[in-house]
Unconditional design. Structure first.
Length: 496
């Protein structure tokens, strides 16, 4: 089995919204100081403005993380609302196979267009059966029934037999797994009423060598036929493929909790994960997933305890460190969060989000060059990480590297045009005394959101420096209208 199990059912990303606005220092000459300060707001999960997707990094909802990992298996999904064949129908077909051995589902069933039939796989410790809907629909309509049932039973057999299905598995082990799955398929088809000929016929249509080939991952045809025959003959006696054990029962509760989580039955999911843990106290992934659900329910202390247990059982559980760090961060324990993010990075240094979040903490601790380093690592791992460019640009602006900040904002805007990036780029241009260019960026931000108070306030400042006092006062009045109260004093000092 996989030593390090990462379950992406819940993977949060810390949200930072750069509400960057100018604070104005007045001198006797009534001229604004060029030493413009920057205000940051580090938003927690609880105060995300979900009506404005530009302020979010899209890994807030747990269900989205499942889909994100499945994208590595399936590039295109069916829209269940527009398809006649439902997931419920697919599960009924699956239940027919599982009923032959008295088992419950211990994997995730998912429809995918990029396969011609069905296949078993594992991702981050979670087992999947990926299937094509047309393939399943043929079973439902008795078209190619025995062939399709054989294929599906074969793939289910991989999971029932606990096969790892790892890409680096040796050829010898891969062949053995194929023979065990063939044997299971023969058993299932016999139980469902097929003849031995019907149970063996699918092998004539599948790709495998006629004779033993040391370079092939598949056994020879005669060995596979013999495995099917063995399974078929076993069906007349006591099932030999599935023994109800404590471990199997724990897995069944785990996957039951998993499905309830998908459909947001959080209390039901917690109950199932708890039963899985009671049956198998060493089930690190069950602790982890239960911690995810408790976090969703804002039960942060108990969530952290579950992550603690997962880490105690699996010290290399990078996602447990990451999620625990995120909760600590949101609770204000930035030092604890920093330690957890750092540990997650040590274990799995290929995750751009961990670098990104640690960069936020370094920024908050005013360790700006470390923040830039982490944002840079995040960008190297994900060159399309618009938010990392945005954050790095803002740190550069703090360090008065305005040209570098503008370059990063340009990148962020090219990847994801949004009001914050336009507003922040306007700030750096203003700091470079390129007031007209700054105004153009504020205009773009206002065009995207006509109630964006910060952009009105900042545009007013640039207009003031261009000696357009009336325009400045008009913008500050707009900023006040949309809730930017700091501009009230500016009106008093400059517009009366």
């Amino acid at each position: 089995m996989i030593n390090i199990i990462l379950f992406f059912f819940s993977r949060f990303r810390l949200i930072v919204s750069f509400r960057v606005i100018f604070f104005i220092l007045f001198f006797c000459s009534n001229i604004f100081s060029q030493d413009i300060l920057v205000e940051w707001k580090n938003k927690s999960n609880s105060d995300i403005n979900t009506d404005n997707p530009t302020l979010e990094i899209k890994r807030i909802l747990k269900s989205e993380n499942i889909e994100r990992k499945l994208d590595e298996v399936c590039n295109s999904y069916y829209d269940d609302e527009n398809e006649s064949f439902s997931e419920e129908q697919a599960n009924k077909i699956l239940d027919i196979i599982l009923s032959t051995i008295g088992a419950s589902k211990r994997f995730v069933l998912k429809a995918c267009k990029n396969t011609s039939n069905a296949f078993a796989t594992t991702k981050n410790g979670i087992r999947y059966i990926i299937y094509d809907k047309e393939f399943m629909e043929e079973i439902n309509s008795n078209t190619n029934y025995w062939f399709n049932m054989w294929v599906l039973a074969h793939e289910v057999g991989h999971h029932i037999n606990g096969h790892v299905l790892a890409p680096d598995l040796s050829i010898e082990d891969r062949r053995w797994e194929e023979l065990e799955a063939d044997k299971f398929a023969g058993f299932v088809l016999a139980k469902l009423g097929a003849t031995l000929s019907q149970a063996s016929l699918p092998l004539d249509k599948l790709n495998h060598p006629e004779e033993d080939n040391l370079k092939s991952r598949y056994p020879s045809k005669y060995k596979r036929l013999d495995a099917v025959k063995q399974g078929f003959n076993n069906a007349i006696g006591v099932p030999t493929f599935y023994k109800k054990t404590v471990f199997n029962s724990a897995e069944e509760y785990f996957y039951s909790g998993y499905e309830k989580s998908i459909y947001k039955d959080y209390y039901g999911a917690i109950s199932d994960y708890t039963k899985a843990i009671e049956l198998n106290p060493n089930y690190a992934m069950a602790y982890y997933n239960r911690g995810v659900i408790k976090n969703e329910l804002k039960d942060y202390e108990r969530s952290i305890k579950d992550y603690d247990s997962a880490i105690e059982l699996n010290p290399n559980y990078s996602m447990a460190y990451y999620n625990r760090g995120l909760i600590k961060d949101n609770l204000g324990d930035q030092s604890g969060a920093l330690d957890d993010y750092t540990k997650a990075i040590e274990i799995y240094p290929e995750d751009p989000i961990a670098f990104y979040n640690r960069g936020i903490i370094y920024k908050n601790k005013e360790q700006y060059y470390k923040a830039i380093s982490d944002y840079t690592d995040a960008i190297q791992l994900n060159p399309n990480y618009a938010e990392a460019y945005l954050n790095r640009g803002t740190v550069k602006n703090i360090l008065k590297n305005y040209n570098g900040a503008i370059e990063d904002y340009n990148k962020s805007i090219n990847l994801n045009p949004n009001i914050i990036a336009f507003n922040n780029r306007g700030i750096s241009k203003n700091n470079n005394k390129d007031y007209n260019a700054a105004i153009l960026d504020y205009n773009k931000a206002i065009k995207m959101d006509s109630s964006y108070a910060d952009a009105y306030a900042n545009r007013g400042i640039s207009k003031f420096y261009l000696k357009n006092k009336d325009g400045a006062c008009e913008d500050w009045n707009k900023a006040i209208e949309f809730g930017f109260d700091n501009a009230k004093q500016w009106i008093v000092d400059q517009c009366n």
